[in-house]
Design a protein around this ligand. Structure first.
Ligand code: XMP
Length: 308
């Protein structure tokens, strides 16, 4: 039986013994990086800096949540705002893997700068077992280049600490409970809303998607049985709609809600139709640029969870 208490005390002991110098960790607001940051912070105190890069591609309220959580856990942290840099580099790019690579590279540039400014010698990563298995670390081929695993270690000239490397999600969750980390939001991809905007990413599209995502999250998080992951995708093709007595050529969004244990396989969720109808109306009434809402009824496989 996995004991979070003994795992943490062993990990803290080991890090204290082996790590001599300052460390940095990139935190995303997700459970893995938060737990990793807390463990290393317990071992090294103010010699650790948790860095949150605001890419401008995160959900509404994300940065505040991260700040509150890290403050509550007494983890030394810094928020770095770089929305303009990310949008500038994404201009004109519509290929999904290119988007991921640009975001990964920009993230590394910002992070390297901050790590050097802190005088870090070590890099802490919240990598868990399924991350490296799915990124080609095991027998499987690379499915998507997950940016939080693909770039940092080779590029950043720092020694790596991966306290969660052999753990699965349920074990990390037990550690989060042990630390009384407040309820975390659902899993969210490192490249953020960029992989939920099909085609080119612009500031306007990000704003639309943030609003639609908030509407969906508010409604779905009030359900009794909350899906494992639930989000909105902004499609590239416009479709015809009617506003008053005018025909408009508006955006279409797809709602994706899935049940899963670890993201490796997933089933689409059976959301009650009356709730879907309410969400659809709130989105189209609240965001006039969106004129059509569809629901994705595909499992993984054959589809992936994200659309890009
Ligand atoms: P897919 O779309 O591959 O997603 O079925 C499986 C899980 O991974 C998340 N995901 C990502 N997470 N960087 C991340 O940190 C990425 O590039 C990325 N792509 C997908 C996805 O949200 C789902 O939970």
């Amino acid at each position: 039986m996995f004991s979070p208490q003994s795992f943490v005390s062993e990990a803290v002991k080991k890090i204290k013994k082996e790590v001599k110098g300052r460390s940095v960790i990139a935190v995303s607001g997700g459970i893995d990086s938060t737990v990793a940051a807390k463990i290393v912070s317990d071992a090294l105190g103010s010699d650790v800096l948790a860095i949150y890069v605001d890419t401008g591609l995160m959900r509404t309220g994300e940065e505040k949540d991260v700040q509150n959580t890290l403050t509550g856990l007494a983890v030394n942290h810094k928020i770095v705002r770089e929305e303009n840099l990310f949008l500038e580099r994404l201009k004109g790019v519509s290929d999904p893997e290119s988007k991921r690579k640009i975001i990964g590279k920009t993230f590394i540039d910002v992070f390297e700068r901050e790590a050097a400014a802190f005088g870090a010698e070590y890099l802490v990563q919240g990598t868990i077992a399924p991350d490296w298995i799915e990124s080609g670390g095991g027998l499987r081929d690379t499915i998507k280049s997950h940016h939080n695993v693909g770039g940092l270690p080779e590029k950043v000239n720092l020694k790596i600490i991966e306290p969660l490397r052999d753990l699965y999600k349920d074990e990390v969750r037990k550690i989060a409970e042990f630390y009384q980390i407040p309820h975390m939001r659902q899993p969210f991809p490192g490249p953020g809303l960029a992989v939920r905007i099909i085609g080119e990413v612009t500031k306007d599209k990000v704003e639309l998607l943030k609003k639609a995502t908030s509407i969906l999250e508010t409604n779905v998080s009030a359900m009794e049985d909350i899906p494992w992951q639930y989000f909105v995708v902004l499609l590239a093709d416009r479709t015809t709609g009617v506003h008053g007595d005018r025909r408009v050529y508006g955006f279409t969004v797809a709602i994706r809600c899935v049940g899963s244990l670890d993201g490796m396989t997933a089933n689409f969720s059976f959301i009650p139709l009356d709730l879907l109808a309410k969400i659809s109306r709130e989105i189209t009434n609240g965001i006039p640029e969106i004129s059509r809402v569809v629901y994705d009824i595909t499992d993984k496989p054959p589809a992936t969870i994200e659309w890009e």
